[in-house]
Each structure stands twice: as structure tokens, then as C-alpha cells.
Design a protein around this ligand. Structure first.
Ligand code: FAD
Ligand code: UDP
Length: 400
């Protein structure tokens, strides 16, 4: 057998002179190089490989798949999210069905409490929040709506993240729940941020205390990383981790690129740096069964240096006598996690977008490459749409 193996190795060596002896033969040429193994890259890889029969190589500079949705067991055996809490929710049956090919689900509806004035109250602001904070007993939606209408300040044109909240709930609730949190999270005042940011968090006059109201709300039963592993498990997909784009360009040959990293970096910051906001995550383990009543507690108070604390067992359903949590400390330095939605950044992005459109053979997909504050489901939707468009175009003008 040893002789046979050596013979095979030698034959392979002749066919592939750069391959070390007996290393499984891999292609050194791919139809696509995919930069980034997060949602954008993995969905594109899966579709190109499984639907279009393309040979793809997925690379990521990190030592793991799943991008920012990466989860893993910590030293105490608790499943944690390395880059902060990721809760899946969508209104799209198509997106939910697509991901369901790669995972079973655990139904989970997200609930968040905010610590304000020494109390834990529901956020988004709802009737329970108002009653708790102001010692009221508002009983109907009409009463709650009246209470808020009396505080709301008319804003002629709603442009900023301050306008959107003040016009709905007035200054006091804005300062209590939004101003400090937003200044910490983004490093700028809500008046400097596009309205779309705080508009993510609605105001309710009922007692619905769910963070999201989407039709589909669930967590991948075995975690996000397991879901990605299944997505990428296809004979047409090769995967190299801990490899940068620069390195991949030197080592491999490919016809086309799917790029899911920051778009300004792709173009060597030609028009200047696009601002991204970062976070520092502090993961802690506690020797008690539960640390807080819900998965996430928000801390809007500007004097508290972190924005929120996540206790994962609430999300994952894992049972254990001890627990793991993550504190999020916003920062200007570090990995790019959030595009910062404001007009001047959008204008700069548009310059890069025009370059991207003129760059043949490269598809830009995902939160960093399209500079959009997208949730996971939106990135999946964007990748599926990009794939469909790309394949339709290729069928119209087949490569020579
Ligand atoms: P990413 O996941 O960032 O993947 C891009 C990958 O490309 C990265 O792994 C990176 O290492 C790699 N890469 C970049 N440049 C290079 C290079 N030059 N060479 C090699 N590799 C490179 N969404 C929700 O729906 N629900 C939530 O609850 C939620 N919570 C979030 C909490 C936090 C703290 C953050 C930051 C995001 C959250 N999101 C949430 C958003 C979600 O993380 C994103 O929508 C999604 O992960 C984006 O996927 P992506 O593939 O576009 O980018
Ligand atoms: N926000 C806030 N107070 C809160 C929750 C949210 O001011 O208690 C604002 C803040 O600007 C935040 C934005 O609303 O960045 C969006 O909140 P979300 O929870 O959607 O943020 P993400 O999970 O994307 O970090």
C-alpha cells in the first residue's frame, strides 16, 4: 500500500508540480475566488457551486467561517457569539426557506430590557415602559398614544436619528433611551446620524415587548457556524482560512471575484477612508445559573462605558449550571462592524460604488462591500438577488 501511495503521489507530483507529495489534489484554478466566508460570501459560494456548477474557492482572513455570525463553545462549554449577539429574524419566506436547507431551527423571540433610572424596562418603548417609568396605569392603546402625542415634538422634515425619536416620543424619552446609547454606539450625536438608525427601534402603544415583529424569528438549532459548515460543504467548494485577499491573488488563479470585505479597502482607499464603527467585546463567564432576566440588557446611560450585555443561554436554549455573557464597548478602532449611515459617508460610498460598477469580473456583496447597515436576512437576500442577476447576465453574454 505504501508503495502504491508513493506511486500515486509521484504521479500527482508530475501533474501538479507545486503540490507536496500526497497532499489531496486541489484545483489551482477556480471559476470564482470568494473573499469572505460570512453570509454574503457563503451564500454566493453555495449558489455558484450547487446551482451553477462553478468551481469556487472561499477564503477568509479570519481562522473561522461564518463572518460576524461566528459562534462557538467557550472554555466553559457555553455556546457564545464571538462578535456580539446575532438573532435571526425575517419577513421573507424565501430567505427563511433557503437557510432552512442548512439548519433546523429553535423558535426564539427576542426581548430586550433597558436599564434606566435604576429600573429594567422594556425597549422598544411600549405601554409597560411608560407605566413603569412614570408610575402610570395607561390601559389602552389610545391612552398610550395620547400620552406620547402630548410629549412628541413636531419636526417638519424628519432627517436625523434625533428627529425620528423626538417626533414620536418627545425629548425626555429621547434623552432617557436614545441619546446616550447612540452617542456611545456611534461616537456622534443622533442629530448627526441618518434617521434610519434609530428608526430600527419602533415605539409601541400596546404591550408587545418583542424586539422584532417579523414573521420568522428563530435561531439555528445547532448554531450559526454549523449552518455555515453545511452551506459550504459541497464538492465544488474549497475553503482556505487565515488567508488574505492579497495572498490569495498570489497563490491561486481564478476567472472572477466575489468580494465581501470593505469596499474602500478593495480600491486602496483611493477616495479616502469610509468610516466604519467598531466594538470591543468582553466575554465573561459567571459561576451562577442566570445573570440577567433576558438575553440582552441595554445601558443607555452615557456614564456606563458599554452599550449592552448579552447572556447567550436565553438565545440558544442551552442548559447549564453556569453562564456566559458579552459586554459591548463601542470604539473607533478595530474591525469594521458598522457602516455609519450619514449623508457625507453615503456620498463617499457612491464614488466607490461607481468604481465598483465599472470593475468587470468582480461582484461586491454584503454589509461592508455595499456599505449598508444590513441585518443577516438582508445580506442573504442581497446575495441571492446578486447571484440570480449575475447568472442571468452570464447566460445572455457567455464568456468566450
Ligand atoms: P461579514 O460577516 O463581516 O463577513 C465578511 C468576511 O470577510 C469577514 O469574515 C472578514 O474576515 C472577511 N474579509 C474581509 N476582508 C477580507 C480580506 N481582505 N481578505 C480575506 N477576508 C476578508 N444581524 C441580524 O440579522 N441580527 C442580529 O441580531 C445582528 N446582530 C449584530 C450584532 C453585531 C455586534 C454586529 C456587528 C452585527 C450584527 N448583525 C445582526 C449584522 C450581521 O452581522 C451582518 O448582517 C452579517 O454578518 C453580514 O455578513 P457579511 O457576509 O456581509 O459580512
Ligand atoms: N438605540 C438606542 N437605544 C436603545 C436601542 C437602540 O439609542 O436602547 C439606537 C442606537 O443608535 C442603535 C440603534 O438604535 O445603534 C439601532 O439599534 P439596534 O438594536 O438595532 O442595533 P444593533 O443590534 O444593530 O447594534
Amino acid at each position: 500500500d505504501q508503495v502504491a501511495a508513493r506511486m500515486l503521489g509521484l504521479i500527482l507530483q508530475v501533474a501538479e508540480p507545486d503540490q507536496p507529495l500526497l497532499k489531496p489534489v486541489r484545483s489551482d484554478h477556480y471559476d470564482y475566488l470568494i473573499v469572505g466566508a460570512g453570509f454574503a460570501g457563503s451564500v454566493m459560494a453555495e449558489r455558484l457551486a450547487a446551482d451553477a456548477g462553478k468551481r469556487v474557492l472561499v477564503i477568509d482572513k479570519r481562522p473561522h467561517i461564518a463572518g460576524n455570525a461566528f459562534d462557538h463553545k467557550d472554555e466553559a462549554g457555553i455556546l457564545i457569539h464571538q462578535y456580539g449577539p446575532h438573532i435571526f429574524h425575517t419577513n421573507s419566506a424565501d430567505i427563511f426557506e433557503y437557510l432552512s436547507r442548512f439548519t433546523a431551527w429553535r423558535p426564539y423571540e427576542h426581548r430586550v430590557l433597558a436599564e434606566v433610572r435604576g429600573q429594567l424596562v422594556p425597549i422598544p418603548i411600549n405601554r409597560t415602559t411608560l407605566n413603569a417609568l412614570f408610575g402610570l396605569s395607561l390601559e389602552t392603546e389610545e391612552q398610550a398614544a395620547e400620552f406620547l402625542a402630548a410629549r412628541a415634538e413636531p419636526v417638519t422634515v424628519i432627517r436625523s436619528s434625533e428627529d425620528v425619536v423626538i417626533s414620536a416620543v418627545g425629548r425626555e424619552l429621547y434623552e432617557t433611551f436614545f441619546q446616550g446609547y447612540t452617542r456611545k454606539q456611534w461616537g456622534i450625536d443622533p442629530s448627526e446620524l441618518d434617521k434610519s438608525v434609530t428608526a430600527r427601534v419602533p415605539t409601541r402603544t400596546n404591550t408587545d415587548d418583542r424586539y422584532f415583529t417579523d414573521r420568522f424569528q428563530a435561531m439555528p438549532r445547532d448554531g450559526f457556524t454549523a449552518m455555515f459548515a453545511k452551506m459550504l460543504d459541497h464538492p465544488n467548494i474549497d475553503l482556505e482560512l487565515g488567508v488574505t485577499f492579497e495572498e490569495a491573488k498570489r497563490r491561486f488563479s481564478f476567472d472572477q471575484i466575489v468580494y465581501t470585505g470593505p469596499i474602500d479597502e478593495y480600491f486602496d482607499f483611493r477616495f479616502g477612508k469610509l468610516p466604519y464603527r467598531s466594538l470591543r467585546f468582553e466575554h465573561v463567564h459567571e459561576d451562577r445559573e442566570w445573570a440577567q432576566p433576558v438575553a440582552v440588557v441595554n445601558y443607555p446611560d452615557e456614564k456606563v462605558p458599554y452599550t449592552r450585555v448579552t447572556e447567550y443561554k436565553h438565545l440558544t436554549g442551552q442548559q447549564a449550571p453556569n453562564t456566559s455573557l458579552t459586554y459591548e464597548f463601542p470604539s473607533a478602532e478595530g474591525d469594521p462592524y458598522y457602516p455609519i449611515p450619514r449623508p457625507e459617508n453615503q456620498a463617499l460610498f457612491k464614488q466607490y460604488e461607481a468604481l465598483a460598477e465599472a470593475t468587470k469580473g468582480v461582484l461586491f456583496v454584503g454589509r461592508l462591500a455595499t456599505y449598508r447597515y444590513y441585518n443577516m436576512d438582508q445580506v442573504v437576500g442581497q446575495a441571492l438577488a446578486t447571484y440570480r442577476r449575475h447568472i442571468a447576465e452570464e447566460r445572455e453574454t457567455p464568456p468566450l
